[in-house]
Design a protein around this ligand. Structure first.
Ligand SMILES: [Zn+2]
Length: 582
């Protein structure tokens, strides 16, 4: 297994793998980009091709190519291994297949979700589904569309799934989010008498369900699967598995509010549509959108927000604009006339009209300025300042200088403000760059540089190891654990690898080690060995001074205690040391 991991790793380049998810720019031996694991505007995410590792200095995520895939795809180690093997066309040996309990459990839950989806689907198309089929027709959803989206019906008995999936442990069905347990320990179906929308993963597997109430007195109107090992509502977009290819091609993603909206738009032939299925877009969803529309340098990443025109929808639009701008995407806002949802509008006015409104939708800024004008009295100076304050957070999100100065012009015009004042205010932005947490605090520079040299240079290692081996000093260093790990590798005759080193230190020290690995600004690869030797001299001198300080203290104490003989002996020792060091 581990052999296969090494084989695979040796054939992969972490830079290529990460580039499928993150736009990277070269900077020396490193590649930098915006971190996919947290929201940021200035890149603090780095990939080191030398060491084949990645590290984010903002959120501290880091590791090798397998860790990266595990984190970004939300899979186990074995699944990451399988995925990378498949992508690179390297067959995975049969014996390497998982004895991975977490991965196997997920596979079983996937099977369960798929079986449940089929069951719901056949309910809808059976005799008992007649009423719901009528409802769908009245909402302009054809049976062809219903089948394409695998719409279904949850039986009202509350027992159907439990009975039909009785081969599975009810605890597993509960983990899959399909049944609930009563206080007496018995179980019942989670979805009862609801129109079912299967929710798919990015790769097209059913991972959860949304259920719409069919009677007016059933609450809530929409019920979603609870959080499961496969499903986290805040990190999933409905219809993404169908929309992603079209989004890449058209360099655009349309974001609508609910299942019916997405189905209405997609069924009308506009494939690049996803639904947030929640109150507002989340940061994880914004990053997901970015991954699919901003794939190459050439693409600009256009996002069209088309949420419901009610008060909640407007608030959600404002919030979504900020999140999408923070991801560097280009945002437009589509407000449909007549207070209609996307699917209602298409049913009433046709897809051509929807399409043309989409293409002419105002940039987010025009939309926000309209909002400001509605909220504040811009005929008064005070109102204009309030309006500007309202727009300010969005202005701050804009990265592109040209775009910013165009904005300054637009806002000044719209709010009747002095353009120079607006521009000055905008120039003042970004004065405070986010500071990286200083984990190096308290670590002597000589130790840091010595470690850096040893991480990157064979010669430096060859020079430093014998010294570390015979020196008592090692244990007293701030970075003792990694230095001792170097010695352990040598003792065990394990060839040096950065990963091997990491495995031998505590998590807190792993972070420091990863940061040091990336911080090679002081390293001169040509003279790494000489640099290492200098560091060792500096550390010895420092240690010598510390030792002599300690000696002096002891001498003073002995003198006070009247032990002049011992004091004299130590004084001679001190004298010897002073002469040796000068
Ligand atoms: Zn990060």
């Amino acid at each position: 297994m581990l052999d296969f991991k090494e084989t695979l790793k040796s054939q992969l380049n972490i830079v290529d793998v990460v580039e499928q998810y993150v736009r990277l720019k070269r900077s020396g031996t490193r590649w930098v980009g915006l971190c996919p694991f947290h929201s940021e505007k200035t890149p603090s995410f780095g990939v080191n091709a030398d060491l084949q590792i990645f590290k984010c200095f903002g959120c501290q995520e880091g590791g090798d190519v397998f860790t990266f895939i595990q984190k970004i795809e939300g899979v186990t180690f074995f699944e990451a291994l399988k995925l990378l093997a498949e992508r690179s066309g390297i067959p995975m040996p049969e014996r390497a297949r998982p004895q991975d309990p977490a991965g196997q459990r997920r596979e079983t839950i996937l099977d369960i979700e798929e079986k449940a989806a089929s069951l719901f689907e056949s309910n809808l198309h059976s005799a008992r589904g007649a009423e719901v089929r009528n409802y769908l027709t009245s909402r302009n959803v054809s049976m062809e569309t219903a089948r394409a989206f695998r719409l279904g019906l949850a039986d009202s008995s509350g027992r159907q799934l439990l009975q039909r999936l009785k081969d599975y442990d009810p605890a597993l069905l509960e983990e899959a989010g399909l049944v609930k347990r009563r206080d007496d320990g018995s179980h019942y179906d989670y979805f009862r008498h609801r129109l079912i929308f299967p929710i798919h993963s990015e790769s097209g597997h059913v991972i959860a369900f949304g259920g719409r109430a069919l009677s007016a007195d059933d609450n809530p109107k929409y019920l979603n699967s609870p959080k499961t090992p496969l499903y986290d509502k805040s990190a999933v977009l409905y219809n993404l598995h169908r929309a992603k290819a079209a989004a890449r091609k058209s360099d655009r993603m349309i974001v609508v509010e609910g299942y019916m909206d997405a189905i209405g738009v997609a069924a009308a032939g506009i494939a690049e549509v996803v639904a947030i299925c929640g109150t507002a877009l989340t940061p994880a969803q914004a990053r997901l959108i970015k991954r699919h529309v901003a794939q190459s340098q050439a693409s600009t990443g256009n996002v069209m927000i088309n949420l419901d025109p009610d008060r909640a929808g407007i608030a959600a639009t404002e919030k979504s604009i900020h999140l999408l701008l923070a991801e560097g995407l280009r945002v437009r806002v589509l407000t449909l006339p007549g207070e209609l949802d996307a699917d209602e509008f298409i049913a009433a006015q046709g897809v051509e009209r929807y399409s043309s409104l989409c293409n002419s939708a105002p940039r987010y800024f025009a939309w926000l300025t309209d909002r400001a004008k509605q909220q504040f009295d811009i005929t008064s100076a005070e109102g204009r300042v309030d309006a500007f304050q309202y727009l300010w957070p969005s202005i701050q999100q804009v990265q592109n200088k040209l775009e910013r100065s165009e904005l300054a012009h637009e806002i000044a015009q719209a709010l009747n403000l002095d353009p120079n004042t607006v521009r000055d205010r905008m120039r003042g932005r970004n004065s405070a760059q986010p500071r990286q947490p200083d984990v190096f605090l308290g670590i002597p520079p000589a130790e840091r540089l010595l470690l850096t040299c040893m991480l990157h240079s064979d010669q430096a290692r060859t020079l430093a190891l014998p010294y570390l081996n015979q020196s008592v000093l090692v244990r007293q260093l701030s970075l003792a654990p990694p230095f001792e790990a170097f010695l352990a590798l040598e003792r065990e005759r394990v060839p040096y690898s950065f990963e091997g080193l990491l495995a031998r230190v505590e998590p807190a020290m792993q972070h420091i080690l990863q940061q040091i690995a990336f911080d090679d600004t002081q390293l001169d690869p040509e003279t790494a060995a000489e640099q290492a030797a200098e560091c060792i001299r500096a550390l010895e001198t420092k240690q010598g001074e510390a030792d002599r300080g300690e000696l002096r203290k002891q001498i003073r104490r002995l003198e006070q205690e009247g032990d002049f003989e011992e004091a004299m002996r130590l004084a001679n020792e001190l004298d010897k040391q002073v002469r040796a060091s000068s």
